[in-house]
Design a protein around this ligand. Structure first.
Ligand code: WQD
Length: 344
């Protein structure tokens, strides 16, 4: 056993894929999740892939007593990967209190408890949203952060500041902030994947739900941007590749390899791909003609952003590996699996 890791939000999209990679790498995993945006079946998927079942605590990380009990019941936790957060950008505009309360309380509780229970390493899910609209692409970690365009984005910026201040105060912990670009796809086994609530807000679940007939057509939000084909450009990162970055981050902190007690890494492919290009990749990979129409711009969208992942490549020893075509195929296979299971 390499160590025991607490994964908050471990039955969610990124949490479940990261749990699989941790178990495959020989870690013991304790998940806490309140199942507000996921369900217990995810644990079965994790077990089918890895042959191991993580310890599962159903509970809310906003509650100190719940966390204290978790640490008492599961002694010897070495690291925490924190995925427990509300994450819908649009919803956050309408429910700012929920977002600030949830996302910040969870973080404060975990940081507060770490020294008490001797937990050394903390990996935080940050986001490329902290950069706002970049002045230059690809963007490096040294680029300035810009005022967030949503309460969700603000919670990520404030969380980064909180972690920075706690480390600067001399707390006996190390932290790595992973700034994700756009995580997409599913595990190649199609045992776990993304399960959005209601109408998907993100592009790839909307594409796969349209392809399978749940949605009539995809709306492409704008083709008049200052980009080669007029649609927005993003850095779409495969979910399994992204999950592996967390294992690397933990190994770096727990193995004593960190240069500083706080480090920041961009987790992206380094390739900018437009919305229209992504649709094309999906069509070619699956052979399905996707019905779509061009509509007006979506409020708050950034024109173009993609990562410079050099630091993650060289310092963390992590690199995106799965092709975009295979990633889109994995998203499609997961959508078909959901249909087979009668989920949607
Ligand atoms: C991508 C592109 C849309 C839906 C958000 C968060 C970010 C991150 C990932 C989250 C944009 C276009 C989308 C559709 C479309 N983290 N689009 N039709 O906005 O880049 O990033 O999700 O937890 O923090 O901000 O991702 O998938 O919503 O959009 O044309 O039906 O696809 O306009 O250009 P986004 P997205």
């Amino acid at each position: 056993m390499k160590g025991k890791i607490l994964v908050t939000g471990g039955t969610g999209f990124i949490g479940s894929h990261t749990t699989v990679e941790l178990l495959n790498a020989g870690y013991e995993v304790v998940i806490i999740d309140n199942l507000s945006n996921s369900n217990r079946d995810v644990l079965d998927g994790i077990e089918r892939i890895t042959g191991k079942r993580p310890v599962f605590v159903e509970g809310d990380c906003c509650c100190m007593a719940t966390l204290e009990k978790l640490f008492e019941d599961n002694p010897g936790i070495n690291g925490i990967i924190d995925f427990a957060a509300s994450k819908a950008v649009g919803e956050s505009v309408h429910k700012p209190i929920l977002y600030y309360r949830n996302n910040l309380n969870i973080l404060l509780n975990l940081l507060d408890l770490m020294p008490r229970y001797g937990v050394k390493g903390f990996v935080f899910s940050s986001s490329c949203t902290v950069y706002g609209e970049p002045d230059v692409n690809p963007i490096t970690e040294a680029a300035p952060t810009k005022k967030a365009t949503s309460p969700y984005g603000a919670t990520k910026q404030i969380s980064e500041d909180i972690i920075r201040d706690v480390i600067a105060s001399g707390a006996p912990i190390k932290a790595i902030l992973l700034r994700y670009f756009n995580p997409i796809g599913a595990h190649p086994s199609a045992e776990i994947g993304e399960l959005p609530n209601g109408v998907p807000q993100n592009l790839v679940p909307y594409i796969t739900q349209t392809a399978i007939g749940i949605r009539k057509e995809l709306s492409v939000f704008g083709n008049d941007y200052d980009t080669p084909d007029g649609s927005c450009i993003r850095d779409f990162i495969n979910i399994v590749d992204l999950a592996k970055a967390h294992v690397k981050a933990l190994e770096r902190m727990l193995g004593g390899g960190s240069d500083d007690n706080l480090e920041v890494f961009n987790i992206g492919t380094g390739e900018g791909v437009s919305v229209l290009q992504l649709i094309d990749v999906f069509q070619k990979a699956t052979g399905i003609k996707l019905p779509y129409k061009i509509v007006g711009r979506r409020e708050g969208d950034i024109t173009k952003i993609w990562a410079d992942p050099t630091k993650a490549n060289t310092v963390l020893g992590w690199k995106a590996q799965v092709s975009l075509a295979d990633t889109m195929l994995s998203a499609w296979n997961w959508q078909k699996k959901l249909r087979e299971r009668g989920v949607m």
